[in-house]
Write a protein that binds this ligand. Sequence first.
Ligand SMILES: CC(C)(COP(=O)(O)OP(=O)(O)OC[C@H]1O[C@@H](n2cnc3c(N)ncnc32)[C@H](O)[C@@H]1OP(=O)(O)O)[C@@H](O)C(=O)NCCC(=O)NCCS
Length: 146
Amino acid sequence: MLPERATTADYNAIIHSLGDYWGERDARALHHPMFVHEFGDTALVIRDGSGLVLAYLFGFVSPSRVGHIHVIGVRIDHQRLGLGRQLYGEFERLARERGAVALKAISRLANETSIVFHRSLGMSDTEVADYSGAGQARVVFRRELS
Ligand SMILES: CC(C)(COP(=O)(O)OP(=O)(O)OC[C@H]1O[C@@H](n2cnc3c(N)ncnc32)[C@H](O)[C@@H]1OP(=O)(O)O)[C@@H](O)C(=O)NCCC(=O)NCCS
């Protein structure tokens, strides 16, 4: 099972079953369709043999040449099997091809799994006050690409 480019059918399937990846958290706002329609060449999925999306990553390379991982989700019953790490590896490859000099991602302070995951991928993290508006601090992860 290798990461592949996400299709609009994948996107539709993902947003109709967000709870399978995110549990109780309402993550709809993170899943704007532009990530498939406009940034589709850096929108990735890993499917099982039947086409079910096990994991996905939506990102883009910014004009300042930073590869932004906007959102990543792995089915709850497939977490901790290396799928998230695999998606990051493929995104990094695509970002480098597009001239990226660093990778960046954002998490809520309460998302401990995300924080541990990003640290395990060698990203440094900084808490940024008001990142998402007044009183909305976020953890900002970054790793330089040599
Ligand atoms: C965060 C998330 C994407 C990680 O994906 P994953 O496929 O489960 O992660 P991996 O199996 O690739 O884990 C890589 C490493 O991260 C760390 N890690 C991941 N999940 C962990 C957990 N629950 N507890 C502790 N360490 C964890 C480990 O170091 C792991 O390596 P190891 O298994 O060899 O010890 C997944 O938990 C998820 O989809 N969560 C819900 C959505 C979310 O919060 N997304 C992130 C914010 S956008």
